[in-house]
Ligand binder design. Sequence first.
Ligand code: GUN
Length: 288
Amino acid sequence: MADIIDGKAFAEGLRARVATVAADFEAKAGRKAGLAVVLVGEDPASQVYVRNKGKQTLACGMASFEHKLPADTSEADLLALVDRLNADPAVDGILVQLPLPAHMNEQKVIATINPDKDVDGFHVVNVGRLATGLPGYVPCTPLGCVMLLKDKLGSLSGLDAVVIGRSNIVGKPMAQLLIAESCTVTVAHSRTKDLPAAVRRADIVVAAVGRPEMVKGDWLKPGATVIDVGINRVPAAEEGKTRLVGDVDFASASEVAGAITPVPGGVGPMTIAVLLRNTIVAAHRAAD
Ligand code: GUN
């Protein structure tokens, strides 16, 4: 049976380290590090994330600024808010929760965030910095995955990795991070001809496709390390109930893998912990 990678415990440890650095920052700077989160509309999943971000920001000893705007807010009004946050010295990090309502251009909104406050790492300047190996901000979920991998495996140098999924938020930055760790990286996606064959070659499998339990145990190389980014709600055995599953079929995969992240309790808790880590890094950079 595979070792279970406890992302919840790792995230708790990371948040404790962030809290220590945040206290240090406050003592030196005479103010708290601050994170602004902007939510447009009433998407229930986004509301849960934003509430958790706010709570955990405060619990780490940082200031949380929440801006909740109605779904019919104009793009111009949102851009004006982002400009105000860019200019506000109490705000070190800015996160605009995605997805935005359909009448808004997400890329335009992200491009308006000051790259030095872009703690999500979504601005093209930070995407470019990651691709060229310059210091910047790295998207939280893939950075959390690399932290878990390095904690489990030590050096990743020379390992074969497959990333399933090519999104801007997870797949592409994940591939960049693994290249930076000297892995040999394959990026697979919905058009990949023989996905099980690509997975079978890999020492590291990162699944971020949003397809419930798609990756099966018999696709895996025995002993592989499996990072499951998927969070899918599916019908439970009991009528009317739902349960959370990843993109990996945990039951079969955990019999073949060397180590695997569970869902929930694996990658999920890492995202906010890394966001807080990026925010305290931004605060220190702003103060230097
Ligand atoms: N929506 C889902 N994940 C994320 C994230 O990491 N950042 C933002 N801004 N929106 C998201």
